[in-house]
Design a protein around this ligand. Structure first.
Ligand SMILES: *Cc1c(COP(=O)(O)O)cnc(C)c1O
Length: 383
């Protein structure tokens, strides 16, 4: 449904705010469940958006959770996710976070280094429990995405590298409070081609075989997340093609009969259903361009400033038949990078117009800050 239909709601709401289309979220959750075979376990990556309203919908669809901090685990549990469906990843888990996760207990720690494995073993010994872990392997697969969101290459801080495999396999039997139950992978984010996922599958097949031969009982393969969304044309492709995504794994992942597959989807679950809605405060005429100055800024949505991310920008109020004019769409923050889009073609725009910054449901609200002592970004939902 066009955002224009919600203009009366936008006009009477204090801006800026995140607008979430819960019908689209529901449709997305349904599409994922329909496309995924029964033996595929889907964890929602809370770091994409931890808004409690969204979490309650995702939890009701019986997804598990992928958490990267103790507080995300707390938030997942308080939103109704069951601890036995929670995986805990991250290169720098603190002792306090590990102790908390052990006490739940959660399904699995995704462990990123030999040193971390030793520390989890010590902390589990203190609680007299055994920690279930998956080894996060750096598969050295290039996801061809932005360098800040590529995670599966060797020079990355994430995961255990091939040159450490022998050492870790030797170490594991001495760690009495660790049970290795899986292998974990994640090659990056906003991946819109399926080829990197195919490459990942082929790499996993090799590694699965190697670790099994070394005597590890690999019960699950966690392939991570990273499926991208269409930022260019959000209305044309509001739903990601989950069928073709899962079919890559069905086709190329070779599993032993008892092995499960786990996924950690973030962006593709919540990205399309959110827009940042903002009012135009001022129009400033430049020599070569005009500036549309919004009441939303990088404190509400940092992706463009942080990694030159593209978001489609629409003037929801303007008359569509107006000739298009070129604007740099910027926020009010005292930073030059506080810019949502350069040379954006919009219908003639004026003070008070409602601007929608689309596809902002993932890594938007959750990354907002109160820099400049700005108000916390609000959220509005429609069914
Ligand atoms: C960020 C992250 C995810 C989710 O990634 P999306 O691109 O949002 O699907 C999944 N797993 C791990 C380990 C991550 O770091």
């Amino acid at each position: 449904m066009s955002l224009r239909t919600h203009l009366p709601l936008f006009n009477k709401t204090e801006t800026p705010f995140y607008f979430y289309d819960l019908a689209l979220l529901k449709e997305t959750l349904h599409a994922i469940k329909k496309a995924a075979p029964k033996e595929y376990h889907i964890h929602y990556a809370l770091k994409a958006n931890a808004n409690p309203t969204l979490l309650s919908y995702i939890q009701q669809a019986r997804f598990g959770a992928d958490c990267v901090s103790g507080n995300e685990i707390k938030q997942a549990i308080s939103s109704g996710f069951s601890p036995e469906k929670i995986v805990f990843a991250g290169v720098g888990k603190s002792d306090k976070e590990i102790e908390y996760a052990l006490a739940q207990p959660i399904f699995c720690f995704n462990v990123e280094s030999i040193h971390e494995l030793q520390i989890i073993n010590e902390l589990a010994a203190k609680q007299q429990v055994t920690a279930s872990v998956a080894l996060r392997i750096n598969p050295n697969v290039d996801a061809y995405t932005h360098k800040y969101i590529t995670t599966g290459l060797e020079e990355n801080k994430f995961g255990i590298n091939p040159y450490e495999f022998d050492a870790i396999v030797q170490e594991i039997p001495s760690l009495k409070h660790i049970q290795v139950i899986g292998l974990h992978f994640h090659i990056g984010s906003q991946i819109t081609e399926l080829a990197p996922f195919k490459k990942l599958c082929l790499k996993i097949n090799e590694l699965n075989k190697w670790f099994t031969q070394k005597g590890l009982d690999i019960r699950h393969i966690n392939v991570g997340g990273g499926l991208g969304i269409n930022y260019q044309e959000p209305d044309k492709e509001a739903l990601v093609n989950f069928e073709s995504y899962f079919s890559v794994f069905k086709q190329f992942l070779t599993l032993a009969p008892n092995q499960e597959v786990h996924f950690e989807l973030g962006r593709s679950v919540v990205g399309p259903c959110g827009s940042l809605i903002s009012r135009v405060l001022y129009i400033k005429k430049g020599l070569n361009t005009n500036f549309a100055i919004l009441d939303a800024g990088m404190t509400d949505l940092i992706r463009p400033a942080l990694y030159q991310a593209y978001h489609k920008i629409e003037n929801v109020s303007a008359v569509l038949s107006e000739p298009l004019v070129r604007y740099d769409v910027v926020g009010p923050i005292c930073e030059s990078s506080d810019c949502f889009g350069k040379a954006v073609m919009l219908p003639q725009t004026q003070r008070g117009d409602m601007i929608a910054i689309r596809s902002a449901g993932a890594y938007g609200e959750v990354m907002s800050s109160n820099y400049n002592l700005r108000e916390k970004t609000k959220s509005v939902f429609v069914e």
